[in-house]
Design a protein around this ligand. Sequence first.
Ligand SMILES: [Zn+2]
Length: 280
Amino acid sequence: MVKLYLRAGHGGRYVGTAGNGLIEKQETLRHVLALAEQLSHYDVELKLARTTDVTVELADSIREANNWGANLYYSSHINGFNDSSAYGYDSHIYTSPDAESIRVQNILHPKQAAVWVKHGSRDRGKKRSNFAELRETKMASILIENGFITNYNDAQLLKKASFIQELTAATVEGLVELYGLKKKEASEVPAKMYIVQPGDNLYRIARKHNMTLSDLTNLNPHITDPSYIEVGDIIFLTPPSAFEVDYAVMNRQLILCQKKIEEYEVLGKEINLLSQRFLS
Ligand SMILES: [Zn+2]
């Protein structure tokens, strides 16, 4: 499974930059926690450098990501400058980046930048920088500067929960594209199954489990004809995942194959008998 290491810049005694009533270490955490929440619906392994306002040394995060064998090191920051007119979003990869980091920036950057531009800020471009987080990480790595905390308009955007959600959704969209992430099935608990026994019919199975026939047909899209079930068929009593439905369909095909083999065996024996009588 793809492993993503997410680092909310600064934290604890490292405040980062500040302005317009915002502190960088809190805003980076807000974005990373939203990102982790949205990504929790996908089949992906996550490790967060921090989930609260604690001090995590940069070198420790880099070591942790390297030892873990992350596929991507994603670092979230907010820019700040003594001239409050500076504004906009940019992303950074290492000065002599590996091909994978270039791919990551090429896909993530335009998606995130588009959200900033849409809300009246600007795209400052894809940058290359000699930051420790980019230089010393062994995997693809990217560092995001989500606007200028020292700029009034950028800061107003960062204060809006809806903007953070939109920015995060764009980031997730990029990660899904980068790694082909799949959404987790709605039901992660295995569905309850009943195996069809000789003499069963769907109505009897429904009654046995205090359900109606339509309850059962709704839960079992693989049973195309409710009046026809095979011994050994799987009947779901609770909602199945797509994978479980696939499994039930395959199971039925196997049962039908087995039936055909048995039919052919009987036919073969009959032909044998006939031919023996014929030849003798
Ligand atoms: Zn920072």
